[in-house]
Design a protein around this ligand. Structure first.
Ligand code: SF4
Length: 347
């Protein structure tokens, strides 16, 4: 088997700022002898709602590993020129108050939810796509940090590769290499037991420094009611920005600026973020969050929990399909709106 971490350009390495994609990036850098080919680009798409620890971690990976990481932010939607549709920022200039996301919501005049995740599609996928187009690439390999223990997410990648309707084919070297979460945690945390545990030395000398539920956008709706309540209890005020976005779209609907139903003014149909905040402030005990997982928002699919069973045979098949991605024909670039298939009407 060829080394899955040897990437043939042109390629986009989608770096979410989480431990898994950082681990993948290190393996890729090592496979290339410490320096990536010029046509292999590492991109981090900042939503403006990442935790400061994530921004520092992305910056530190770039500096410590001597790899250029391009920080991107969404700037303007469809209709604008390629160059107007993203901005290249850096650790110092990156948005820290949700500006890119807020602009996307205002443009849409409604909010994303677990089904229509246009925040990921626009702030990450579309933004990175425009960057690659601006570099002159018509098609490319999209390298995503999905592990072998994320079969539902892998399945979506395989199906999209088979459809061949996008400018890229997705490659998942970690899955092909058989990497599971335990490997990633051991790499970063060593003998430490949880993300902020520091009883033992860190094997790499640095780490993300966040616990499991704190990655991605700080109060992403995919974290669910209970996790969000815990986040608000731990860091009071975290939900304020999200409440402000719900209030903003509610006002747009009231003013007739948005034709959307009131449900479009909430990130989750069943409850508002203000309700979660009130509960977090007033309840003595919060719901149990043991066993709830939050995976990296990779610029692909973000999930909190998976549905349905995937047996071992299917995992073997998925990994086999993904290991052949380099030999697949380059996608034909016809359907610009293909990502809408998986993200509601996002594209
Ligand atoms: S982390 Fe959540 S809110 Fe942020 S882009 Fe991903 S799905 Fe959207």
């Amino acid at each position: 088997m060829t080394n899955p971490y040897l990437i043939q350009g042109p390629a986009l390495i989608s770096f979410s700022g989480g431990r898994t994609s950082a681990y993948m990036l290190k393996r890729i850098i090592d496979a290339h002898g410490g320096m990536l080919p010029d046509d292999v680009h590492v991109c981090f798409a900042n939503t403006g709602k990442e935790r400061e620890e994530t921004l520092r971690f992305v910056h530190e990976c770039g500096v410590r590993w001597n790899v250029p990481i391009t920080w991107l932010e969404w700037r303007a939607g469809a209709g604008a020129t390629t160059e107007e549709r993203f901005a290249v920022v850096g650790y110092n200039s990156a948005s820290r108050n949700g500006e890119p996301l807020s602009a996307i919501f205002k443009r849409r005049k409604y909010l994303p939810n677990a089904v229509t995740r246009f925040c990921t599609a626009e702030a990450k996928i579309e933004t990175m796509k425009q960057f690659m187009i601006s570099k002159g690439y018509a098609t490319w390999l999209n390298v995503v940090g999905l592990r072998a223990d994320e079969p539902h997410r892998l399945l979506k990648q395989v199906l999209r590769n088979m459809k061949g309707k996008e400018r890229w084919r997705s490659s998942c070297p970690l899955a092909v290499g058989g990497v599971i979460k335990r490997h990633v945690l051991r790499f970063w945390l060593g003998r430490n037991q949880w993300g902020t545990d520091r009883r033992y030395p860190l094997p790499q000398g640095f780490d993300l420094g966040l616990d499991d539920h704190d990655g991605n956008c700080d109060a992403c709706m995919l974290k669910g009611y209970a996790v969000l309540a815990h986040i608000e209890r731990k860091r009071p005020g975290t939900l304020d920005w999200w409440i402000g976005e719900e209030d903003g779209i509610t006002a747009m609907i009231a003013d007739g600026e948005s034709a959307d139903k009131p449900t479009g003014a909430q990130f989750v149909t069943e409850y508002s973020y203000r309700e979660i905040q009130n509960m977090a402030r007033s309840s003595a005990e919060l719901p149990n969050i043991d066993g709830q997982q939050v995976e990296d928002c990779t610029g692909e699919i973000c999930t909190v929990a998976s549905d349905g069973e995937v047996n071992d045979e299917m995992v073997v098949w998925l990994i086999d399909q993904l290991s052949k991605v380099h030999t697949m024909p380059a996608p034909k670039m016809k359907a610009e709106a293909a990502i809408g298939d998986l993200y509601g009407n996002a594209a």
